[in-house]
Design a protein around this ligand. Structure first.
Ligand code: GLN
Length: 501
């Protein structure tokens, strides 16, 4: 379960540049990207009870107060929110039939915003001393000018946690390299901890090495012992094989990710598309390739032209909203179509592929999505009927077409072959859709409707004929790719990439 300190009710209203990717669950909950990591590591689908924000806590309390739910009592800032948080934790445990729950408090110890979550944790430990333990993730910098690992900031944050009434049972020492015995001892003495509880968490080449590193230090046994639970047999051999395959892949493929949420100040933020990146890696490893991904901000294509895409083995256009830098994306899609470079368009990436095809193949020069040009003569992509009123009324939080929806594939398409079946379900997050008036002319010109909703009304996938791989999907397959089970569409895309090399 992830607790985010924001007052937002969910992550759906947050700009990805601000907060990273919005991850969508089967039930439509729009949450922090960490939930994506949880699903990938656990190989398990989660639900809305696994995501909590301060906004949800406050809204529940205020709604209850307005309904006289506190029966005349004062609603106290430092009492009622922690109680609400604890009841949410209990609800999550029940809903998931969980034996153990990992409750991740977002943010940093010492910041004002997450105090209520820490207080809830302190109270939980008081209530259930044998069942609750605290793991503190801290950072040990190695300043390049000194070259020595510094433990002082870690000591300070552990002590800062004391000030909230929480004594860490385990400290995960994040750093560039493994923490040595000397620093372990220093921290143990300064903070009154058992050195066996200080766990090394160095940077790793592949994120899926992380649990293997913890297992080398017997972390799960140590945790279970503290919780008075008998350690169980565990078998990480399949996981090890998966990690190893990714690490030793003999070939490299160059993938261009063309998007709009990459720049943040002077830095590049790939977090906005975290699941896409992970899905490409999962599928690459299964094809024994290493994916070398390059983030290309579409404003750069607008300035320098699409020729900078020469030499890439595959092009991905992920999801997005709004008009900024969209022409750069459309130029990139045209480049992939004409130069027969494998292309994979995700949601916005499918919609803009339709716009590009309409303009440059079907001859509708001013074609566009009405999200960007509401007055276009050729609204290839337009707002879904069910969304019109919501957009007009500005009822915009948690109201998109969200979560899992069934699709029906068109027999004989690459799409259908890839899944190996004609029906399935995928996770969505969008307000706009392909305009059905253009289905016929698209099919005539060589762009096939590869999948629709079960009732046939909504286009779920477009696929270009006579191209090594050119598929756009209205959903987000990356939300269901897992390292042990890469998504079939990503696998097919990476296969096409490997072939094109
Ligand atoms: N902006 C588009 C829509 O709302 C695409 C959304 C997306 O890429 N997730 O339909």
């Amino acid at each position: 379960m992830k607790a985010d300190p924001y007052l937002n009710i969910d992550a759906g209203t947050l700009n990805p540049i601000e907060h990273g990717e919005v991850f969508v669950l089967d039930d439509g909950m729009e949450c922090d990207q960490d939930l994506g990591n949880y699903e990938r590591f656990l190989d398990q689908s989660l639900n809305e009870t696994n995501y909590l924000t301060t906004g949800q806590v406050m809204k529940a309390i205020i709604d209850k107060e307005r309904a006289l739910g506190y029966e005349g009592k004062t609603v106290e800032f430092f009492q009622d929110p922690p109680r609400e948080i604890i009841s949410r934790i209990q609800k999550c445990v029940k809903t998931n039939h969980a034996e153990i729950i990992v409750f991740e408090v977002g943010g940093t110890v010492g910041e004002y915003q997450n105090l209520l979550f820490l207080e809830a944790n302190r109270l939980l430990k008081l209530r259930y001393p044998r069942d609750v333990l605290h793991v503190h993730v801290t950072y040990l910098p190695i300043p390049s000018s000194i070259g020595e690992m510094k433990s002082k900031p870690a000591q300070m944050s552990i002590q800062q946690l004391f000030a909230s009434g929480i004594h860490a049972d385990f400290v995960l020492a994040r750093s560039q390299v493994a923490i040595d015995e000397k620093r372990k001892e220093k921290i143990a003495i300064a903070c009154g901890l058992d050195p066996a509880g200080i766990i090394s968490a160095p940077d790793v080449e592949n994120i899926y090495q992380v649990p293997l590193n913890f297992e080398n230090q017997d972390l799960s046994d140590k945790i279970l012992q503290k919780m008075h639970i008998k350690p169980r047999k565990k078998d990480l051999s399949d996981w090890k094989i998966m990690v190893n395959r990714a690490l030793v892949a003999p070939k490299t493929a160059k993938i261009a990710m063309v998007g709009k949420y990459f720049s943040t100040g002077d830095f590049t933020l790939s977090d906005a598309y975290l699941s896409v990146i992970e899905s490409v890696k999962h599928a690459a490893a299964k094809n024994d390739i290493k994916a070398k991904m390059t983030w290309i901000d579409s404003t750069q294509i607008e300035k320098e032209g699409p020729d900078i895409l020469a030499g890439y083995d595959g092009i991905v256009v992920p999801g997005g909203f709004g008009g900024r830098a969209v022409e750069g994306i459309i130029q990139s899609i045209k480049y992939a179509r004409q130069n027969k470079i494998p292309y994979f368009g995700l949601c916005f990436g499918m919609q803009l592929a339709a716009v590009e095809f309409a303009r440059n193949v079907a001859g509708f020069k001013d074609a566009h999505t009405t999200e960007i040009n509401p007055k276009t003569k050729h609204p290839i992509i337009h707002v879904m009927e069910s969304q019109k009123e919501k957009v007009e009324k500005k009822d915009l939080g948690g109201t998109m077409r969200l979560g899992s929806w069934d699709f029906k594939a068109t027999a004989g398409t690459k799409f259908a072959k890839t899944y190996g079946k004609l029906e399935g379900s995928e996770r969505h997050r969008h307000r706009y859709e392909f305009n059905n008036q253009y289905r016929k002319v698209f099919e005539k010109k060589g762009m096939i409707i590869a999948a629709t909703t079960k009732d046939g009304k909504l286009v779920e996938s477009l696929e270009l004929k006579d191209h090594p791989f050119f598929i756009g999907v209205q959903f987000h397959p990356e939300l269901k790719s897992r390292p042990m089970h890469p998504h079939p569409l990503y696998l097919a895309f990476m296969e096409a990439v490997a072939k094109a090399q």
